[in-house]
Design a protein around this ligand. Structure first.
Ligand SMILES: [Zn+2]
Length: 447
């Protein structure tokens, strides 16, 4: 019996190894992997010509619908994601107005009308009742991942309500009782950052380095340590998002040695950019900030030695930045199309990162942490056929045409996705996104 799609002659890479052969796909799922001769015939046959096939990227960290309307972001940005080999995105979203239950229904429905690829949510704790409603939200939305934010001063330009230690402790007490429950924390000391911001502001400096110096690395290290303490007390799984400091993965590894369930994420900008890069100005403000080179190298050590658990893009499309006042500038950049090329270029080609380790960082680990595995981040029979075909030798220059700020414009990178497959459908091929909006599914379902 012919299967819908069969890929042959591929270097097939999973999180725990690789082999030469291919993958057969039927009705949106992987039905088998194996050497070329063992695979069935396909309605459509793809000859990978020796190129790499891996699980599609599961990007567990993005923000959509922040500036541009949510429905628009769910079209433009999921198309951008598909072009980068991303097949699942998880949105950290916030609802200051009230309960997450009606909010989820609306965001899921609008998402499914527009998205090209599958998506899910983490909910931000922005008021006390968000903590009290955690058990109900879990039942009625299937979302088991929540986020607390530190480091946002009272008049921050994006209106985030910073957490207190009380909020974190209370949320952890709920989440530890929920199978798969996890708390993500943005770690920066709110009080110190607020104080230092006033000091740096008074100097009149407007350079990107001044923003970094207003929230030094120790602010982040302090809060990581404090969250580890609370995770140890409560036994709640803790996920430290967008770690920008080299000490982050070290502190987490020590904590794991004491039995704490903690995982560390970092982002591509902290691995490739510093706050003193001469071509960057205040528009490259990101939260937490870009740092100096020693932190960047520390994070690469964590990538290579296994103490960094996963990668996220922190992709957030803002309106064109004003570049007028450092302290009022909104923080954030976009990354979906270049996450994989940046990791292939700087990780695999330049630093000898193995492709299996890349699959762990990009697909397997995020899927494990957020309850999506083995449906996502896996090449097992039965998994969703979310795949990316990669040409390791292709060299291309970054040219951004979509929404948001790209801080890699003009960079020549080696290693690019050439085809993206989402649940068996080819959504990106030969440089073109197949604009099939509204086929994406929400991965969080009421229980
Ligand atoms: Zn973020």
């Amino acid at each position: 019996m012919k299967r819908d799609l069969v890929i042959r002659n591929a270097r097939v890479v999973d999180h725990d190894g690789e082999f030469f052969g291919g993958i057969a796909v039927h009705e949106g799922r992987i039905v088998m992997t194996g050497d070329n001769d063992s695979l069935p015939e396909g309605q459509r046959e793809i000859d990978a010509e020796g190129r790499v096939v891996m699980p599609g990227v599961v990007d567990p960290h993005c923000h959509l619908g922040v500036n541009y309307p949510y429905n628009e972001d769910m079209r433009t940005e999921t198309a951008a994601a598909a072009s980068g080999g991303v097949t699942t995105i998880l949105l950290y979203i916030r609802n200051k107005a009230g309960s997450y239950i009606p909010f989820y229904k609306e965001r899921r429905a609008v998402g499914e009308e527009n998205a090209m690829i599958d998506f899910g949510f983490h909910f931000g704790i922005q008021r006390e009742d968000h903590i009290h409603e955690i058990p109900q939200v879990v039942l009625q939305t299937g979302v088991r991942s929540f986020k607390c934010y530190f480091g946002y001063e009272p008049d921050n330009p994006i209106g985030i309500v910073p957490a207190t230690d009380g909020w974190v402790y209370a949320a952890m007490r709920h989440l530890v009782k929920i199978p798969g429950g996890v708390l993500s924390v943005h770690c920066e000391n709110t009080g110190i950052a607020t104080w230092l911001k006033d000091e740096l502001k008074a100097t009149g400096r407007q350079d990107l380095g001044a923003y970094t110096e207003s929230r030094p690395a120790f602010c982040e290290e302090e809060t990581i340590g404090r969250m580890l303490f609370l995770a140890e007390r409560t036994h709640c799984p803790l996920h430290i998002v967008h770690t920008s400091v080299g000490r982050g993965p070290v502190l987490a590894a020590e904590a794991r040695g004491r039995g704490i369930d903690v995982t560390v994420e970092t982002c591509l900008h902290y691995l490739t950019r510093t706050c003193y890069d001469e071509d960057l100005d205040m528009t490259a403000k990101i939260s937490p900030p870009l740092r100096e080179r020693s932190e960047l190298e520390g994070l690469w050590r964590g990538i290579l030695n296994g103490t960094v658990y996963s990668l996220g893009t922190d992709h957030v499309p803002f309106f064109p930045k004003k570049g007028e006042d450092l302290w009022q500038e909104v923080p954030g950049v976009v990354c979906f199309p270049w996450e994989l090329p940046l990791m292939l270029n700087f990780g695999v080609h330049q630093r000898g990162l193995s492709l299996s380790r890349l699959v762990q960082l990009n697909s397997y680990h995020p899927a494990r942490r957020f309850g999506l595995w083995p449906r996502k981040g896996s090449l097992q029979a039965g998994a969703d056929a979310d795949l990316v075909l990669v040409d390791m030798d292709e060299e291309r220059t970054v040219h951004h045409t979509g929404h948001g700020l790209c801080i890699y414009e003009g960079w020549k990178l080696k290693g690019w996705p050439v085809m993206t497959i989402s649940r068996g459908d080819i959504v990106y091929e030969d440089g073109h996104v197949n604009e099939s909006f509204g086929r994406g599914q929400c991965l969080n379902r009421p229980q």
